[in-house]
Design a protein around this ligand. Sequence first.
Ligand code: GLN
Length: 499
Amino acid sequence: MQKLKKKLYQLSITEISELIKKNQVSSVDIVNSVLNRIEEVDSSIHGYITVDKERALERAQEIDRLIVKLSPDERPPLIGVPIAVKDNICTKGLKTTCASRSLGEFIPPYNATVIQKLLDQGAVIIGKTNLDEFAMGSSTETSCFGPSRNPWNTDYTPGGSSGGSASVIAADEAICAVGSDTGGSIRQPASFCGVVGLKPTYGRVSRFGLVAFASSLDQIGPLTKNVTDCALLLQAISGHDVKDSTSFNIQVPDYRGYLLNDLKGLKIGVPHEYFGEGLDEGVEEKVQQSLSFFQNLGAEIEKVNLPHTEYAVATYYILATAEASSNLARYDGVRYGFREEEFNDLIDMYEKSKQKGFGAEVKRRIMLGTYVLSSGYYDAYYLKAQKVRTLIKKDFEKAFQKIDILLTPTTPIPAFKIGEKINDPLQMYLLDIFTISANLAGIPAISIPCGFSGKGLPIGLQLLADHFQEEKILQAAYAFEQNFDIQKDRPPLNRSENH
Ligand code: GLN
């Protein structure tokens, strides 16, 4: 075997796929390398809730027996690749907790469609990653298992809610991961951890087996080390599913075919509403720099308006909480969820089970959601929010009539410290300002690294496209990644101040 410069756990999907094609590594080698890495670093990152060590190794052995039966060209790109899964996506026989006490012991009897697709293509599930409870949050601090930490500096949050998935990719504790994004939960942690994260168009990927948070907004998507891996993983999980009536029955393009190093004629819109008050100077500087970079690659930059942006946070937190309050009603301790052992009657049992089963943030959302749906307030809040959602959608429709993609910062600030914002929910919600509009409009958006802050924390830029045009943002992201030297101001990982 040719001597590798990198350790196996540091490789991308693309690199592993090449080595597997040439019979230069086995899946067992890769899985062992990733498991050792987890052993070595996860006690300081806490990216995983469950590491499925034994089954991952068994599966890798099984895959290795399969690999030898296939000719190199018959080996799918994900064959033998260890993948981490956010712990709100159902995995048959493997605990799926949603980082909630209420589902702490839940072992799904079936696989989510995305999991089945990944397994059909030879992937190895290595474990389940930490998240904010029921994906409600922006820092993994609402997890009942405690927060994950940012590998770039363990005093800082990796973001959320897919903070576990992003941190394990940044710390090389998995080759790739899947997460879910309802208001930014893939893109925000990707940006905080310096990895690539994509929220697909609403309807591109099946949500069958994703524990529902806000059903009109939720999507599953990839978190990866680079854009090519992102395209490969998106390809693997996309497509219509009869088990999810919101998934679209339209052809999935060959995403990898769009990864060209050429952006001539691409029109990039820059919405000025995303560059105002509250945007950190360092973030602004890096995003502006990237704009001139895109220009040098042949793209044309145009100013656009998304006038209803300022209402996005309020609209989202009405609709998402309304949907959450309805979706979470099922965890009553009867068929699903934690049940308090001692109670007086049925109502008392419900009350005690929910009181102990849910954490503070989930309770806050259920109360907010119940309030905005209640008969006296429905029109003033829920109905109005639906109307504003339409206006936000129309802003994008109008913009995409004259431009191909939009470019914005992913988040107004780089990662913040653990504990810094958890007691101020409004501050936390406001940080979602740049990511939630894509969910409200149902359009695809990607976050890719574009530099580092003065404190050595990653900064992400966001690219958005019209419905089912993931290939456009992948193409732009790929060209940027190929030409932009992100390594030049890259600080070492784990520069913790206190640890
Ligand atoms: N941070 C947002 C929230 O708290 C988004 C969460 C998500 O996308 N799951 O709701």
